[in-house]
Every structure is written in structure tokens, then in C-alpha cells.
Design a protein around this ligand. Structure first.
Ligand code: GLU
Length: 356
């Protein structure tokens, strides 16, 4: 089975008057039914709950912003899933609602539970439709947006590709209305150069911005999964991309060599770290060499924050540059005994290390 993850942004699913675009959902469902016949197993990450709720419920004036989001998302999620379910029924397909929060990705146990749920749905021919649990995910506990969530899901489920559908064709070198502007068709490796092109303008309905989309796409591609940013407002866009990736007008983040599933998990775990581990220049050079090097306590200068064995830590150099993420082999108290000393076991073994 070729497993893929498709993420649809709120702007694709919403009409100008704020109502949910049922025809768009109908086409997405049609594409999924075709893809399944072609032997693809699909995972859908769908936004649109807040937009659906907003057009259904007029709130009491006293409702504050956080409560408004909670009411709209919980009301809208029912509406949204009903629409999906109705169209899927026409193709004899079933769907399940999976609502997740950032906490679910923080520990390996939670992560594996979630993975097991989605795997079981897929093996029972049920389409998982995933969204953030916006009713309880508030402020610091939220994902940056559903692009981040879909990247985590694609890594977790070991997808063959991730499709990020928004209402533009891909990543442009400037304002898409400017005749000089070009669409970047492929992005290979370094995404830092993209920063010069990207505006921080966000869409009206979703939370995502192009900058976060690019950094997530870059990271997921680096972990071995190709990411396609394409225009979800075009009918049959995923089918077109699957039959002729090269000629469809969109942006592909080309995948690097496939990383292990643990490294893929780490690749998507930025923001889930429990502590920062500051390392010296020698350790940085060793990690950046092409040899499979683990992080030894001798190269550690300082630790900020607390961690237990198995927690994720962010590895940074003395200038504060983030070098990567790792899963620790022991806790902070044990690590502190060995800081700067030789002879101890690696704090982060190479197999549990993801470098940017
Ligand atoms: N989870 C939000 C919704 O369903 C959207 C978040 C996003 O725009 O990325 O409305």
C-alpha cells in the first residue's frame, strides 16, 4: 500500500461568504475514492472546523476570543465531519474523526497510541480525518497550524508523500501578481534561502503562514518524505500530481534519503523538547562530520531545563544556533555528573539524533 497524507487548509474549504464549500469537499472525497482504487491509503488532515462553526453560530457579545474559538471549533467539527461522511457514503467509504493535541506528540507512549489508532483505522478501510482538538488546545498548547500537524502525522505514519493543499499554487519568488515573480518548482535542501521570498501574510481563515509551511515542508523532506505544496482549489489536483508530478504547476520539496522512523519522529518534534543541551565546538564539528556520531557528555557545556530518560532535548551551540533534536539515554541528574568528562555513555545515541 502506498500511504499518503493530504492536508487541506481552511481557505480551500471556505467560500468568500465564510460558508463551507461543499463542492470542494465533494471533489476531495472523489479524489480519495479514486486514489484508494489506485492502491493508495489516504490520511486526511482537514482544517475548516472554526470556519464551519463561525458560519453556523452567532455568538453572544460577551464571548471572549478563546471561548469563541472553542465554541466555533466544537460546533464546526461536527458540521465538517457530517459533510465529509455524507459524500464518502456516496462512494461506500467510511471515515473516522481523530482529534489530537500537541500533548499527544510529547511522549513516545502517547505517540505510539495515536499511531496504533490511525493504523487500525487504515487497516479496517476507514479514512482517518484528523484535526487539532481546538476545543481544548489553547494558546501555548496549540500546534503552529495544521501544516505542522500534518507534517507530524506524515512522519508518524511513514507516508510516501505529504500534500499541503492551500489556495495558492506553491512557493513564489515574490508577490504572485507581479509578472516578474516565478513559482519555485522544486526545492532541494537548504530552505534558508527561501526566507527572502516569503511574506508573513496569513490566510483569512487558517492560522498557517507560508514561512511555517516552508520550514515544516523542508524538515519533513529532509527526513525522507517528499512534500508537495499545491493549489487545493483546483479540481483533482492530487490525482494530477500523482499521475504527473513533474508537469503539474506546484512546488515540490524534494526528499532526502529516508531516515529511520525514530529520526522521522524527531524531525517533526521541534517545540516538544523538555530541555536545551548546549554543546561545544568540538562536539558540533563531530556531529556535523559524515560519521555516525553520538552526542557524548564530554561535549556538553550546559543544560537548560529538566529531562528524564527518553525525553526530547534540543541541541544548540554556544551561539544559540539550533543544531537538532535528540532523545536522551538517561536523565538530567545523571547527565550532570558526566558533563565535560570522558568515558560516559552517549547522552544521545546517533540512532536517536536528528540534525537540521
Ligand atoms: N484546526 C483549525 C480548524 O479546523 C485550523 C487550523 C489551521 O488553520 O491550520 O479550523
Amino acid at each position: 500500500m502506498k500511504r499518503i497524507c493530504i492536508k487541506i487548509g481552511s481557505n480551500v474549504l471556505t467560500l468568500n461568504n465564510g460558508q463551507i464549500d461543499k463542492q470542494r469537499i465533494k471533489n476531495i472525497v472523489f479524489q480519495i475514492s479514486k486514489l484508494q482504487k489506485l492502491g493508495y491509503q489516504c490520511i486526511l488532515v482537514s482544517s475548516g472546523a472554526i470556519a464551519a462553526g463561525r458560519s453556523k453560530i452567532k455568538l453572544d457579545q460577551k464571548t471572549d476570543t478563546i471561548s469563541a474559538r472553542q465554541v466555533w471549533s466544537s460546533v464546526g467539527q461536527v458540521e465538517l465531519l457530517n459533510i465529509y461522511s455524507k459524500f464518502l457514503n456516496e462512494h461506500n467509504l467510511k471515515c473516522a474523526q481523530v482529534l489530537v493535541s500537541k500533548e499527544d506528540f510529547r511522549t513516545r507512549e502517547h505517540y505510539l497510541n495515536m499511531k496504533n489508532c490511525i493504523s487500525s483505522l487504515l487497516s479496517n478501510d476507514v479514512l482517518p480525518i484528523i484535526n487539532e482538538n481546538d476545543a481544548v488546545s489553547v494558546t501555548a498548547l496549540m500546534f503552529t497550524d495544521n501544516d505542522e500537524l500534518s507534517g507530524l502525522i506524515a512522519s508518524m505514519m511513514d507516508c510516501k508523500a505529504l500534500y499541503l493543499l492551500s489556495n495558492i499554487n506553491g512557493i513564489y519568488t515574490g508577490n504572485p501578481d507581479d509578472p516578474e515573480t516565478k513559482l519555485l518548482r522544486t526545492i532541494n535542501g537548504d530552505i534558508n534561502r527561501l526566507k527572502q521570498y516569503i511574506t508573513t501574510k496569513k490566510s483569512n481563515f487558517g492560522r498557517g503562514g507560508m514561512l511555517t509551511k516552508c520550514s515544516i515542508a523542508g524538515r519533513i523532506a529532509k527526513s525522507g518524505i517528499p512534500v508537495h505544496i499545491a493549489n487545493g482549489s483546483k479540481n483533482n489536483i492530487v490525482l494530477d500530481l500523482i499521475s504527473d508530478t513533474v508537469n503539474v504547476y506546484h512546488t515540490e520539496f524534494v526528499a532526502s534519503k529516508k531516515a529511520s522512523t525514530v529520526k522521522q519522529w524527531l524531525a517533526g518534534s521541534d517545540g516538544f523538547e523538555k530541555a536545551m543541551v548546549i554543546i561545544n565546538q568540538g562536539a558540533e564539528e563531530a556531529l556535523n562530520s559524515n560519521n555516525a556520531t553520538s552526542l557524548l557528555p564530554i561535549g556538553v557545556i550546559d543544560i537548560k531545563g529538566n529531562f528524564e530518560k527518553g525525553d526530547i532535548v534540543k541541541i544548540i551551540n554556544t551561539e544559540g544556533k539550533v543544531l537538532g533534536l535528540g532523545k536522551t539515554s538517561y536523565n538530567k541528574s545523571k547527565a550532570e555528573v558526566h558533563i565535560g568528562k570522558s568515558g560516559a555513555r552517549p547522552l544521545v545515541h546517533y540512532d536517536y539524533l536528528f540534525l537540521y
